[in-house]
Design a protein around this ligand. Structure first.
Ligand code: 4AD
Ligand code: MG
Length: 461
């Protein structure tokens, strides 16, 4: 078998020769003595038309074949200069490998994304999801390529962990204890010493703390894996299971961190524009008009950079139009983030130096003692796509912060050790992979860029 992608790549080699492809029927239109099948073989965004005549022994069966059936088609590839597609197959033999039935849910019409979410096992067969999931795969590859070309070491941080990296308490517990018979301590709390690991464990919310241990040995590292958050946020941008990319590097500060984040995002955009042209054209036409122009612009211009304090000054002037009013000290909501990046800057921006109280314990305190060396990268249409910081590298300050927040010091002894033995300035960030896919495709719901989304109230398949 060859593939439609292979044919598009080497048209000259295949034209006027015999080829065989395997694929699924997207539509079937028959006349008395011949018919047209449109076949998707999944290898390429474009489909291929197959002409079959009543000279084929299976003609009567083919004339009745349903959308969704799996076929192997052998025939001549001929040029069709006046048609929409540059070529078609004149079939000489067609094997029906798997029939379909008239109740096949994906008929040749536009289905709503809401409906397609109810059939996650079939939606990868539609144009939209063919484009989304191929681009998702390419973005993942581009990210690895970006970091590998820069000699960052890929670290596999654990999924099951004993520490809460973000200190936000939004964890899914991992346990083998029987819910009907949970062992309790004298004070009524759960006795986790009887559990599989002998202690309380969770699914990771971030690989950062483990990543930092490797950055203190390899200098430049990154993680890329699934992360889990039991956030009760039923929005179009939150999932309970999502993928995160977390670079971490020693001997670099917040400015270096922003430079890395900016060049990474530009690299991904350029890679996808170059390697997924038909898919990106499709998104631009049917999902988000203006997407291509915007991405080209982003790839060519500098991101904006402002401090949280400056952002608050801008936002306060627009407080009348916000549901949540802004004042110094408050966390920025999506409406504020989107206002800054969509109305004020009209491009991606970094907001830096947030109040210490609203950021994680590990961020480096600034000289003003009120803010930390944090950065959030905000993009139009989404809001926060990346979050990162320079890390607190002073042993005493970090210990004081851990105690101040009432965290259990012994869970963080390993992390404090990094500040005890050869501590150095170091920084990193987390890119939300799904938000990145949304940004590059123009898809507006995280449920439509995850193959099998897990969100509040939904864990199908
Ligand atoms: O800002 P967050 O919580 O940062 C961290 O986890 C740090 N440990 C990263 C680091 O410095 N190494 O998450 C990072 C990114 C966010 O900017 C967002 O894009 C994404 O992860 N994210 C989510 N994406 C989908 N669903 C959720 N529930 C998400 N929570 C965060
Ligand atoms: Mg964040």
């Amino acid at each position: 078998l060859t593939t439609v992608r292979e044919i598009y790549k080497n048209i000259d080699k295949y034209i006027d020769s015999e080829i065989t492809i395997g694929g699924w029927v997207r539509s079937n239109r028959d006349s008395k003595s011949f018919g047209f099948l449109v076949i998707s073989d999944g290898s390429y965004f474009e489909q291929i038309q197959v002409v079959y005549h009543d000279t084929l022994p299976e003609f009567n069966k083919l004339a009745k074949i349903n959308v969704g059936a799996a076929l192997v088609v052998k025939g001549m590839l001929v040029a069709t200069p006046n048609a929409k597609q540059p070529f078609e197959i004149q079939a000489t033999h067609i094997d029906i490998e798997g029939e379909s039935t008239p109740d096949y849910p994906l008929q040749k019409k536009r289905h709503s994304l809401e409906y397609l979410r109810t059939i996650p096992h079939l939606r990868p067969r539609t144009n939209t999801f063919q484009a989304v999931f191929r681009v998702r795969s390419l973005i993942a590859y581009a990210i690895h390529k970006f970091f590998q070309e820069r000699d960052f070491v890929y670290v596999h941080t654990p999924i099951i962990t004993g520490s809460d990296a973000e200190g936000a308490g939004e964890m899914f517990r991992v346990t083998t204890l029987d819910p009907k018979d949970v062992p309790l301590n004298k004070d009524g709390s759960v006795d986790f010493s009887k559990d599989f690991f002998g202690k309380e464990t969770n699914l990771t919310v971030s690989g950062q703390l483990n990543g930092e241990t490797f950055a203190m040995a390899f200098r430049d590292i990154y993680t890329f894996g699934p992360t889990f958050r039991a956030e009760n946020s039923n929005t179009t941008r939150h999932a309970a299971e999502f993928w995160m990319i977390e670079p971490e590097f020693a001997f670099g500060d917040l400015g270096d961190n922003m430079d890395l984040a900016e060049s990474m995002l530009k690299y991904i955009i350029n890679y996808v524009l170059e390697n997924a042209a038909p898919e990106m054209e499709f998104f631009n036409q049917f999902v988000d008009k203006g997407l291509l122009e915007r991405l080209h612009h982003v790839a060519e211009s500098d991101f904006g950079r402002i401090t949280y304090t400056e952002a608050v000054e801008i936002l306060e002037k627009n407080n009348d139009n916000f549901e949540y009013k802004v004042s110094w000290g408050c966390d920025l909501q999506t409406e504020h983030e989107r206002y800054l990046t969509e109305q004020v800057f009209k491009k991606p921006i970094f907001v830096t130096d947030y109040p210490k109280a609203i950021k994680a314990f590990y961020m480096k305190e600034n000289e003003d003692k009120k803010t930390v060396a944090a950065m959030d990268c905000l993009v139009p249409g989404i809001g926060e796509i990346m979050g990162g910081s320079q890390r607190e590298d002073d042993y005493n300050k970090l210990l004081a912060r851990i105690e101040e927040l009432g965290m259990d010091k012994k869970d963080y002894d390993f992390y404090l050790d990094l500040r005890k033995y050869g501590s150095t300035r170091h920084s990193g960030f987390g890119l939300g992979f799904e938000r990145c896919v949304m940004y590059l495709t123009g898809m507006s719901n995280i449920r439509d860029v995850l193959p099998f989304p897990r969100t509040v109230g939904n864990c199908e398949l």
